[in-house]
Every structure is written in structure tokens, then in C-alpha cells.
Design a protein around this ligand. Structure first.
Ligand code: HAM
Length: 450
């Protein structure tokens, strides 16, 4: 804009921009398949996350954080070009330097890259977890979003069946700790690379012979990703597949023994499971154990947790030959399933009612002091009348209340009162601002501060 702009010009500029601005605001919506999580909804998220953090740290699993944005090549190589995730669902774009970037559709490939790149070997063995947003361009519906969140756990360098069991038991216990009912654990074995290649050869031969009886989607997968045909939802194809070669019959002695051992140990731990020989999972990196946990309470998007072993991935991505196993839980689905009791926010411990110049300053100082205790403190900043502030404290159901008005401020003291309606005498005391001992005693006696 030039400096010698006339008033008239300025007014028409403002009007034009106001129109533009208000029109754009109308159109400004979140992208399909993404959601805003508002404060009231986040109470449940935060309660669930707290339980998850506690469980993970008690299991001595350490957190890892990797970028949300990665080179596209990572997912093509890690997850597999023929998978739906890579071929149809990735958010991929060129950045300003013309590099192809992708918003991560899952966490395993990124964790493996980070370990290789940072020279973190499997010695000592690594137990890691991560949590955060993932992106897949899928058709949104209940429990399925384009931006969703996962909690992932990866055990790096672990080969024994015991590590499979610890991983499955951990996923099972996490869901159990959140009070989730109607859980079903499905397991399968995909054998090692050799077993799979042998199977794939005769499976593809069989598919070619029976091609015309398959649905179109499955026909298209014969050359791209034949294994995925096994978990087709098409009822007719399912029926036809009953007569196809079975991967199970191509397992080597070693793979079979491993699988039997897995089942024995699950039984020993009394973790109920169902075998599903069609469970192949949607990502290419799996070997041996593959598993999913579904909940009958979820509807069509029933899988809350999926995971498995990926013994070849780290080597395939340029690292040492390192076995590994992991799982990821979809947090949106977890939140849908978790109990209603987790929707309750922690109650405010102390609400500070205050009014007057000096009183407000003293109240501000006191609120900072109180937050050093493990207390949830709200300082009323409204400047409204005492009765309005009391009403707000009442609405919040605060356990205690502090009152600082001009009279109290003049005497350098405040009133503290238990706000619990169950206790009729409303235990109240007047405490001087510098008497921390008396304050602590009141808090200990009335709010059970430790
Ligand atoms: P996944 O089966 O692709 O596995 O995803 C794991 C979980 O993420 C699913 O069971 C589901 O709960 C949730 N999920 C997936 N897509 C969506 C979506 N569009 N909307 C909402 N939730 C979704 C993996 O991602 C592997 N990285 C798991 C793993 C870790 N395997 C070994 N280590």
C-alpha cells in the first residue's frame, strides 16, 4: 500500500478485505478425516494416556520420538510398495526443495530408521514405545480417520518366543487395565522368508488357475500382493479360498516348533486366543508371529491392536541382522472402548475468590505457592462480585475455597474453607500469608495432602 493512500481508498480496501476475510472464514473447516479434540474430550484422552505412561514405565519400556514427516522412500522400502498403505493411502508431496516427503502412516519404519541412523544397535536390547499422530488417506467412518493416533511398542533385538509373549501380554494387559471388555486375540504365523516364498509360489499358481472365480480386487492383487488376498472381505472369494494351498503347510520344522511354543506359552499365561490362518496384516514386513486384538464393542472397525514379528526389516533397511517384534494400538478406538469413569476430570482442590487491588496481587502469589503442592488450583481472574465467584467455585465442585478481599488483604491474611457439602461445619481458618506451616497443616488435615 502506498503512503499517500486516501481515506476513501483505505475504507474500500478495508471493506474488500473484510468481505474476503469473512467469506474465507466460512470455508475454513478442518480437513475430512481429521478431528479437533476439545478440552472436554481431552479429559478422557489424558486419563487414558496417564494409565498408558504408567504401565509402559513399569514395564521398563523407554520412549522414542521420531519426526512426523519422513522421506517417502522410507515407507516404500519399509512397508512395501504393493501394500494398500503405500499404494493408496499415503499423504505424499514434494517439499520446496523438490524432495518427496510423506506424513508417516505408521511408526515401525521410522523407529527402525532412527535406530540405524543413530547407530543404536540391539546391544543392549531395546524396548521402545512411541505415541502420536499417523496419517492414512482412507474413507473416514466411526473409528477410522485420516489423521489418527497410535501407541506403538517395539522390542528390538529380541528373538525368543518369550519376547512374542511379553509383547502380546503387554497389549492384552493395557487393554485390560482400561477396562475394555469383549476382547479377542487372533494369532497366526507367517513363517520365515523361505517358508513364505515357497507358499507364495504354489499359492500364485493356484490363484492363476482360479483367477476368474475371484473378485476384481483380489484378481488385481495376484501380482502385487497375493498374501493380502487371504484376508479379503469378499464372501465368495473367501469360499473359493477354502480350497487354496495353506501357508501353514509350508512352514519349516523350526517355524512350526516356534509357533507351537507360542501357543503353549499363551495357554500357560491363560491368555485366550483364536487361530486365524488368514490373518496376514496389511504391511509387508511381518515374519512368524502376527496378531490382532479386536473388540466386539467396536462395530466394523473392530481391530484395536495389531502387531507381529519383523525379523528381516532392520537388515533390509540397511542395519544389522536384528530380530524384532512390536504392536500398535489405535488410540481413537481405545478411547471409544475405555470406560466412562475415565471421562471424569480431576476435581479442583482450591478455588481462589479474590477482589481488590492488593487482594488480587496477594491471591496471585498464593496461587503460585499452592501449585507447588500437588494441588489443582484455580485463581479467579474475572474481577466479578464475590457472589459470582462463589457460584463458579460451587459449579466446579471445588474441594476447598480461599477468600481474599480488601479486609483480608489489609491484615495480610486469607480465609480458607472446606467447600464440601457433606461436612456441615465447613472447616474454616484464617491464615496469615506468611504462615506456611499453618497452611500446610490445613491442607494436610482437610485435603489429605501427603
Ligand atoms: P496397523 O495394523 O496398520 O499396524 O495399525 C495398528 C492400529 O492402528 C490398528 O489396529 C488400528 O487400531 C489403528 N489404525 C490404523 N489405521 C487407522 C485409521 N485410519 N483410523 C484409526 N485407527 C487406525 C501398524 O501400524 C504397525 N506399525 C504395528 C506394528 C508395530 N507392528 C509391529 N510393530
Amino acid at each position: 500500500m502506498s503512503h499517500n493512500i486516501t481515506n476513501q481508498n483505505l475504507i474500500s480496501f478495508k471493506i474488500k478485505n473484510f468481505e474476503l476475510f469473512s467469506r474465507t472464514l466460512d470455508n475454513l473447516k478442518n480437513l475430512r478425516g481429521t478431528v479437533d479434540l476439545l478440552p472436554d474430550q481431552l479429559i478422557k484422552w489424558q486419563n487414558v494416556e496417564k494409565i498408558l505412561f504408567d504401565l509402559l514405565s513399569r514395564a521398563s519400556i523407554k520412549e522414542i520420538r521420531t519426526p512426523i514427516l519422513e522421506m517417502t522412500e522410507l515407507f516404500i522400502r519399509g512397508i512395501g510398495e504393493g501394500t494398500d498403505v503405500v499404494s493408496k493411502e499415503m499423504y505424499t508431496f514434494l517439499d520446496r526443495g523438490k524432495r518427496s516427503c510423506t506424513l508417516r502412516p505408521e511408526g515401525t519404519a521410522s523407529v527402525v530408521r532412527a535406530l540405524i541412523q543413530n547407530g543404536i544397535s540391539s546391544n543392549p536390547l531395546q524396548k521402545l514405545w512411541y505415541m502420536g499422530p499417523m496419517f492414512r488417506y482412507e474413507r473416514p467412518q466411526a473409528g477410522r480417520q485420516r489423521q489418527f493416533h497410535q501407541l506403538g511398542v517395539e522390542f528390538i533385538g529380541y528373538e525368543s518366543v518369550r519376547s512374542d509373549i511379553e509383547i502380546i501380554a503387554l497389549a492384552w494387559d493395557i487393554l485390560g487395565a482400561l477396562g475394555i471388555k469383549e476382547l479377542n486375540l487372533e494369532i497366526n504365523t507367517l513363517g520365515d522368508l523361505n517358508d513364505r516364498l515357497n507358499f507364495q509360489k504354489s499359492f500364485v499358481e493356484w490363484l492363476e488357475i482360479n483367477k476368474n472365480s475371484l473378485d476384481l480386487d483380489s484378481q488385481n492383487r495376484i501380482n502385487k500382493n497375493p498374501l493380502r488376498i487371504l484376508d479379503t472381505k469378499n464372501a465368495h472369494t473367501k469360499k473359493i479360498l477354502e480350497n487354496s494351498p495353506k501357508l501353514f503347510n509350508f512352514l519349516s520344522e523350526k517355524s512350526l516348533t516356534r509357533y507351537i511354543e507360542l501357543k503353549n506359552q499363551l495357554e500357560a499365561l491363560k491368555i485366550p486366543y483364536v487361530e486365524n490362518f488368514n490373518l496376514v496384516r496389511g504391511l509387508d514386513y511381518y515374519t512368524h508371529t502376527a496378531f490382532e486384538i479386536t473388540s466386539g464393542a467396536l462395530g466394523s472397525q473392530a481391530t484395536v491392536c495389531g502387531g507381529g514379528r519383523y525379523d528381516n526389516l532392520i537388515k533390509q533397511m540397511g542395519g544389522n541382522d536384528t530380530p524384532a517384534i512390536g504392536f500398535a494400538i489405535g488410540l481413537e478406538r481405545l478411547i471409544l472402548l475405555a470406560g466412562k469413569e475415565l471421562e471424569v476430570a480431576r476435581k479442583t482442590d482450591i478455588y481462589i475468590v479474590n477482589q481488590g487491588l492488593r487482594a488480587e496481587l496477594l491471591a496471585m502469589e498464593l496461587s503460585r505457592k499452592l501449585r507447588n503442592f500437588d494441588l489443582l488450583v484455580e485463581l479467579d481472574l474475572s474481577g466479578a462480585s464475590f457472589s459470582k465467584q462463589f457460584r463458579k467455585a460451587n459449579k466446579l465442585n471445588s474441594k476447598g475455597i480461599i477468600i481474599v478481599g480488601d479486609d483480608e488483604a489489609a491484615k495480610e491474611e486469607f480465609i480458607i474453607r472446606l467447600f464440601d457439602k457433606q461436612i456441615p461445619e465447613n472447616r474454616e481458618e484464617v491464615i496469615s500469608f506468611d504462615n506456611d506451616i499453618q497452611l500446610k497443616k490445613w491442607l494436610t488435615n482437610n485435603l489429605f495432602l501427603k
